[in-house]
Design a protein around this ligand. Structure first.
Ligand code: DLZ
Ligand code: SF4
Length: 509
């Protein structure tokens, strides 16, 4: 009996369910670089390089444990270009009797896996991805028939279930959430550490050459490439964060600084989401730092909430709501994604900064994604499908299960409040409060109308005005609508005129 064990590019964990009962001599492990995955959206060059190099390193590690690791490189002339094609070839080459795989991270790929039994007329065992801390059945049970889900309540349950930062059945520090302490703008004390970086080895060099050849026309800079590509690197990156950045992570979590893409963030999302790091290891490491007095509670709780709370929450929503979630467009947004998202060609300094960081690093930190890139798309009414495709392709950490609920739910309010209690819309003053971008901008953040006014200022009110029917009754928006009413007709007209002019110009760019 020969079992084929298939490992996908975001399943690079030695503890993966697929490998658990594997026979080191008899079984065949399959990993493959395939065109379909590299091009179903045009991924950032660094993202492809990262995944291919991490896959090659992982396969090399597996070869020490297993005798038959079948690794198909992209340029292999026999490569069929798809997972299904490569499984078919492996079945013939190794006389396979059964297939074992772990559930895919993306709906699209799971559909493929679900066909294999029929395609190949072989038993296929598709195992749960138990690297996640909340299994999908438990999440579905928690969500029940609720019309709206709130992360905060899910998170509390997860804290209790995993006995994380708990004092008996109460949260350590007497509060579940210290977000209110996590909104400091940058000040003189804000001096972020150098990010953790790894020099490319020969495997990564070969992958960089391949990506340059095959995907050189994709978005983003390929070099300098400094990401880690092994479990060991990823663990070092986590340790680097805990030692040098975690203590200030909370305080400056929402701060943005000109030409400073890294801040005190962890930059471990890409390792976590491809399996080089496990969520529970990150959580326990941060918890230990708190107990050792190395980091304050607001920072540790904030970090843990992202992983134990938010990450699991969005994944649960994705699987609960797919495939219809991909089509959600609750605010009927119709605009194509402006070209500035690809070339950074704009005089709005905040947007330019965030697009440039994305181009250079396949990374931008969460508040740049949310408050600048996401907020702008929300205000101008970008179609969810277009913004989803952009976020999915440009960030090295992005897979659809995590990207889509963040973009459609959190950023665009396309699910009409299933995930978030209100749209994350903000004017220029909020960006100015949390960053120093406005000081270098051609626009004036203090000005509300006219050619020099910060476009976020009038676009914000225009957005509210446009979506009055849907948003006015939202209790969290009521105060803003009252403020808009108090502006009076003249100012409201100026908002409409400036916005229409701006949007017209944008569509010609
Ligand atoms: C993102 C990605 C890319 C660019 N290339 C590959 C690949 O060639 N082979 C592979 O196994 N995985 C790749 N991935 C990650 C997959 O897209 C990811 O594993 C699935 O989308 C999860 O369902
Ligand atoms: Fe962005 Fe407006 Fe500030 Fe310019 S003035 S950086 S457009 S928020």
């Amino acid at each position: 009996m020969t079992t084929l064990r298939v490992i996908l590019g975001d399943q690079l964990s030695h503890s993966l369910a697929t490998l658990r009962d594997a026979d080191p001599k008899q079984d065949v492990i399959l990993m493959c670089e395939v065109w379909e995955e590299a091009t179903y959206v045009r991924h950032h060059q660094q993202k492809i390089a990262f995944i291919f190099s991490a896959m090659r390193h992982f396969a090399a590690e597996l070869s020490r444990r297993f005798q038959q690791v079948r690794y198909v490189e992209l340029n292999d002339p026999a490569n069929t270009g798809s997972f299904t094609g490569e499984v078919a070839r492996a079945i013939v080459a190794h006389s396979i009797d059964r297939i074992v795989v772990t559930a895919a991270g993306e709906y699209r790929v799971q559909q493929m896996l679900d066909q294999w039994e029929q395609d190949f007329q072989l038993p296929v065992e598709c195992r749960q991805d138990d690297r996640f801390l909340c299994d999908l059945a438990t999440f579905a049970e928690w969500a029940g028939t609720k019309k709206q889900l709130r992360m905060e309540f899910f998170y509390r349950k997860m804290r209790q279930d995993h006995d994380c930062l708990m004092d008996g059945n109460q949260p350590i520090g007497g509060q579940w959430n210290f977000d209110a302490d996590n909104r400091a703008p940058a000040d003189a004390a804000c001096r972020p550490p150098k990010p953790f970086q790894i020099k490319p080895d020969t495997i990564t060099q070969a992958v960089l050459d391949l990506v340059e050849q095959q995907f050189g026309d994709h978005f983003g800079d390929l070099k300098p490439f400094h990401w880690g590509v092994t479990t060991k690197h990823a663990q070092q990156a986590l340790a680097h964060f805990i030692q040098h950045a975690l203590s200030n992570f909370g305080r400056y979590q929402d701060a943005m600084v000109q030409d400073e893409p890294w801040m005190y963030h962890a930059h471990i999302g890409l390792y976590l989401n491809c399996g080089l790091l496990l969520p529970l290891d990150c959580i326990r490491a941060a918890e230990a730092a708190f107990h050792a007095g190395q980091a304050p509670l607001n920072a540790v709780e904030g970090f843990i909430r992202q992983i134990l709370g938010w990450r699991e929450f969005v994944r649960g929503i994705y699987w609960l709501k797919m495939p219809s979630y991909a089509k959600a467009n609750g605010l009927q947004a119709k605009r194509a994604l402006p070209s500035l998202y690809w070339d950074g060609n704009t005089q709005m300094n905040c947007l330019k900064q965030c697009v440039q960081a994305t181009q250079r690093h396949a990374y931008a930190h969460h508040i740049q994604r949310l408050m600048v890139l996401g907020n702008f798309a929300l205000l101008i009414g970008v179609k969810p499908t277009e913004l989803n495709a952009w976020f999915l392709s440009v960030y090295a950490d992005a897979y659809e299960w995590v990207e889509m609920p963040n973009v459609s739910g959190m950023v665009l309010f396309a699910d009409q409040g299933y995930l978030a209690s209100k749209p994350y819309a903000a004017g220029g003053s909020y960006i100015n409060k949390m960053s120093n971008y406005c000081q270098k901008c051609r626009y004036n953040v203090k000005q509300k109308n006219g050619p020099d006014a910060c476009p976020f200022n009038y676009l914000y009110w225009f957005f509210l005005d446009q979506h009055r029917d849907q948003l006015q009754r939202n209790p969290r928006m009521a105060m803003m609508y009252r403020t808009f009413e108090r502006m009076g007709a003249e100012k409201q007209d100026a908002v409409r005129q400036d916005s229409q002019l701006f949007l017209k110009a944008l569509s010609f760019l």
